[in-house]
Design a binder for this molecule. Sequence first.
Ligand SMILES: Cc1ncc(C[n+]2csc(CCOP(=O)(O)OP(=O)(O)O)c2C)c(N)n1
Ligand SMILES: [Mg+2]
Length: 663
Amino acid sequence: MSLDTARMVQMANAIRALSMDAVQAANSGHPGMPMGMADVATVLWSEFLKHDPADPAWADRDRFVLSAGHGSMLIYSLLHLSGYAHPTMEDIRNFRQLGSPCAGHPENFLIDGIECTTGPLGQGLAMAVGMAIAERKLNADFGDELVDHRTWVIAGDGCLMEGINHEAIGLAGHLKLGRMNVLWDDNQITIDGSTGLSTSEDIKSRYEATGWHVVSCNGHDFDDVRRALSEAQAEERPSLVACRTVIGKGAPNKQGTSATHGAPLGDDEISAARDELGWNYKPFEIPEAVLSDWRDTAARCETDHTEWKSRLSEHGKRHEFERRMAGDLPTNFNLDDYIQSLMSEPVKVATRKASEMALEQINGRLSETMGGSADLTGSNNTKAGGIGPFTADDYSGRYIYYGIREFGMAAAMNGMALHGGVIPYGGTFLVFTDYCRGAIRLSALQQARAIYVMTHDSIGLGEDGPTHQPIEHVQSLRMIPNLLVMRPADAVETAECWEIALRNKDRPTVLALSRQNLPQVRNAPDETDMASKGAYRLKKAGNKRRVILIATGSEVHVALECAEVLEKQGVGTDVVSMVCTQLFDEQDDAYKGDILPNVDPAEILRVSIEAGTTFGWERYTMANGLNIGIDRFGASAPAEDLFEKFGITADAIVPQIMNKLNA
Ligand SMILES: Cc1ncc(C[n+]2csc(CCOP(=O)(O)OP(=O)(O)O)c2C)c(N)n1
Ligand SMILES: [Mg+2]
């Protein structure tokens, strides 16, 4: 059912008015995009989008992603007008002010109904690919009765121009994610002016070439928008709906220009727009009739929702579905038996291999993990536990061949995690975290449980040389708030790290894993769950303690070797495995003070050992500590030669410690 055009116009104008008034009140923001897409969004939300404002967490709701996040007033208006609990009108009046959930860009953790944080252009659309993947996967697991929804995206020229767009649509086209529909705000304007300043691309052909269906419409003609959206909905391929619009539509002197993009329209233009639109209401005033049209149309899926709930209540897999959507692990899940088996039969393997061994267990015990790699499956050791590929022909698979699309993979993982019901993990070389850093940052900001399996974590990868050898990466990732960066030392720590990553529902993890084999350093069966404290004493000083060695990953066994030599010389040495600095920082002072006692360096010298930049390690070794690391790019050679050359050996380290002690 659609309302007559005059009423639709009013509904759309309510979005325009709220957007221009909120931006004016904040004296900052982006009115052009919401005003330009108001008509399209009104059709989408009032006639196509399956949602229930009373329950933003309805598992089978359509997902809506405002990829053009600068147009945040569009989604705030839509949520408010449709009758969601938030944002309230008061929230909207306080757009962009401290404490208002109506932040500059939409934040998934501030308002229910905002599926993901957007603003970094291109990533919203790429996350939507992950949501569409999760939808198909859950559909395969639970059937049409429980999972049967779409993913809608509103994206701008910027989202389509970003490089990640190529990765994202390539994946979506290949996987034939036909329930994904992108509404392109084809307004031919970006900040600098006309899109013609910077592009001559035939975007529609590019989408078609990637396996997408493309349809165009006049974004200010309700019937034409309906036609295009219906066509998109009926298509088996993912659809791009090119909506030709006028940016800032309704602002008579500024519409169609980049002047409306990111600045308040100004009082004069706003009052001219009110005349133009015939909107004779005060700022933030929505006439009753318009509001009730919005609320009525938004209520149209209530019956759907009720029927869905009754299907769920009778469904044989109800509890499993609810558990997975809640993101909870099965209550009996743990890796204790596997870890004990490692204790009794120690292994010397690369931690990437140890990760595969852990995954073998995890994927066998959990049904919700979905793995993948950006074309490095055999190197990242990510395919384990007998999981089969997720393909256009078989959405029940649990392994995604992402292709060489690191950024697209990471963004898709965010979308999957935010959709819920699946736990994504994906791999590439650690050095290429740079390629997906923007998405890793958004995992952390959005509190999304994405697990990054980043292998080849140091010069230890050897012959591929400095282009592939991470130097600054581990430390620079540690700087990202709410991201757990773990560098396990052996198979036991790797298993512990995996369990911690899975248990952290609200934060992402980067596992930094070695290419080269590492001896098992943890063999004491009673020492369990050590990694969860972030750092722990692996070896206690025999002689009077003079040195604390703090090492991570592949350097932990080097530290143990150093300690052995030092002890022989009468120098008592603790070895601390600092598997995750963030988790250590979160421990109480008593624990931290026990592991790293706050005493004069002349009494106890602290030494960090990590085959990467020393930058920042003073945080743990203090001003007069010693930092062993690599402050230059690596080199191409066999790994052992490199550890020798860069002095990451007991032979090279011990004399430096002795010098420092005797200084
Ligand atoms: C990755 C990234 N680069 C740059 C920006 C800054 N930025 C915000 S909007 C915008 C222009 C986007 O143009 P378009 O998508 O066409 O939006 P419109 O002007 O049509 O609203 C830019 C460059 C950003 N948000 N994200
Ligand atoms: Mg534009």
